[in-house]
Design a protein. Structure first.
Length: 76
């Protein structure tokens, strides 16, 4: 099935679990150029991601400020 990011393949396992794979992952030529090695991640990038996740979590649990009808009628 075509998608915005390329072709997708849908698969279903014997236990009924379903999933999708990008079609390029089944292409031997595309996979041949990939190399195996240890993951490389900058610690600063992980720290920034951690901060963003905490901020999103905090924002998701905030309630909007209550505005009184009097303030709304004054345009505040």
């Amino acid at each position: 099935m075509p998608s915005a990011n390329g072709e997708l393949l849908f698969c279903e396992l014997s236990d009924g679990t379903r999933g999708t794979l990008p079609a390029w992952m089944t292409n031997a030529a595309a996979c041949a150029v990939l190399t195996l090695g240890p993951p490389v991640v900058a610690i600063t990038a992980l720290q920034e991601l951690h901060g963003c996740c905490w901020m999103l979590l905090w924002l998701a649990h905030q309630t909007p400020p209550v505005r009184s009808p009097a303030l709304l009628s004054e345009g505040r």
